[in-house]
Design a protein around this ligand. Structure first.
Ligand SMILES: Cc1ncc(C[n+]2csc(CCOP(=O)(O)OP(=O)(O)O)c2C)c(N)n1
Length: 165
């Protein structure tokens, strides 16, 4: 049971790709660093395991070089919103035609539980003993970016407004 839970995202994407009969020769998974980073190894497609937070930049390059490819970014809340936060903002601002899946476990898991941009208020971690504040933003609600399928944050303002970071 726990194995199913552990690999839920992988299984869901593999199942979706099979059902949609995606052309694996035209599909690329790009990851950074963190628990999401090994994702490309488990897909029978092209893939890049890149550097921390930089998957959006490399994915942008792949898409520009060959727009025919279906390019997926697999990232985490630390990888995609912390060290790679700047790259994430720009890939959203440019509205590059990518699929971005952000594994939001609300912590840096691989490095033993440091506070991340999506950690809940009050979370205690080795890097934030009192953890009174939490970085809150809705970068994906900027004017040029498409609305994400789900974004859990405190702001309830309507979508497609300027970034509220
Ligand atoms: C340049 C660089 N800085 C820091 C690290 C250490 N590091 C590895 S994974 C990680 C955080 C990943 O967090 P997240 O994206 O939330 O993934 P999770 O581990 O929770 O799956 C950090 C800081 C690194 N590998 N490279």
């Amino acid at each position: 049971m726990s194995r199913l839970r552990d690999y839920a995202i992988l299984k869901a994407v593999q199942k979706a790709c099979a059902e949609l009969q995606v052309d694996r020769a035209r599909t690329v998974f790009v990851s950074g660093i963190g628990c999401a980073a090994r994702f490309p190894y488990y897909m029978s497609t092209y893939g890049f395991h890149t550097v921390h937070g930089r998957a959006p930049a490399i994915a942008t390059g792949i898409k520009l070089a060959n727009p025919e490819l279906d390019v997926w970014v697999m990232t985490g809340d630390g990888d995609g919103l912390s060290i790679g936060g700047n790259h994430m903002l720009h890939v959203l601002r440019r509205n590059v035609d990518l699929q971005i899946i952000l594994f939001n476990n609300e912590i840096y898991g691989l490095t033993k539980g440091q506070y991340s941009p999506t950690s809940r208020r009050g979370t205690r971690s080795p890097s934030a003993r009192s953890a009174r504040s939490s970085i809150r933003c809705r970068p994906a609600s900027s004017r040029s970016a498409p609305e994400p399928d789900s974004w859990r944050g405190p702001s309830t303002h309507s979508s497609r407004t300027s970034s509220a970071c």
